[in-house]
Design a protein. Structure first.
Length: 143
C-alpha cells in the first residue's frame, strides 16, 4: 500500500475505533486500551478479514474493557474476530461460538448458548460462563 492510501485509510480506521482526537499523538502517550484500539485500526487500514486477538482486555480497567468490547461488536459486519482469553466474561457477552481447550484437547466447541448451558443450575446469572468453564475443567479431571 502506498503512503497516500495508508494515510487516507488511517483516518477512517481511527474514526471507527474512536481515536481521531489522538491521531497526532505518539503511541507512547496512549493508554493500554487506546493502544489496543490502534492495533485494531491498523488491521482495518489493511482491510483485514479476520482479527486474531490474544487476551485483548487483559490489564484494562472496567470502562476500557467496555469500550473495547463495544468496538469489537461494532466490527462484526466487516471482520471476523478470533479471541483467545482466560477471562470467560469476555466471551459470554460478545462471542457467538466458544471453543474451550485444555492441554491441547477440545473440551467444548459450539454456540455460546450451548456453552453457558453447561453451568450448574445454582450459578448466579452474571457468572454463567465461569460456571460452564469450571464444569468443563472439573469433568476433565474425572476422566
Amino acid at each position: 500500500m502506498n503512503r497516500r492510501d495508508a494515510w487516507d485509510r488511517a483516518e477512517g480506521a481511527l474514526r471507527r475505533v474512536e481515536l481521531t482526537d489522538r491521531a497526532g499523538d505518539r503511541t507512547s502517550r496512549l493508554s493500554g486500551g487506546q493502544l489496543r484500539r490502534v492495533g485494531v485500526a491498523a488491521a482495518l487500514v489493511h482491510d483485514a478479514r479476520v482479527l486474531l486477538l490474544d487476551e485483548p482486555t487483559a490489564g484494562l480497567d472496567p470502562r476500557q474493557r467496555r469500550v473495547f468490547r463495544d468496538l469489537l461488536s461494532g466490527l462484526r459486519e466487516d471482520v471476523d474476530v478470533l479471541l483467545s482469553t482466560h477471562d470467560v466474561a469476555d466471551l459470554a457477552e460478545e462471542a457467538d461460538h466458544v471453543t474451550v481447550l485444555d492441554a491441547g484437547t477440545i473440551l467444548h466447541s459450539g454456540s455460546t448458548d450451548s456453552f453457558v448451558a453447561l453451568a450448574p443450575p445454582e450459578t448466579v446469572a452474571g457468572r454463567l460462563a465461569e460456571g460452564a468453564y469450571t464444569t468443563l475443567l472439573e469433568g476433565r479431571g474425572t476422566e
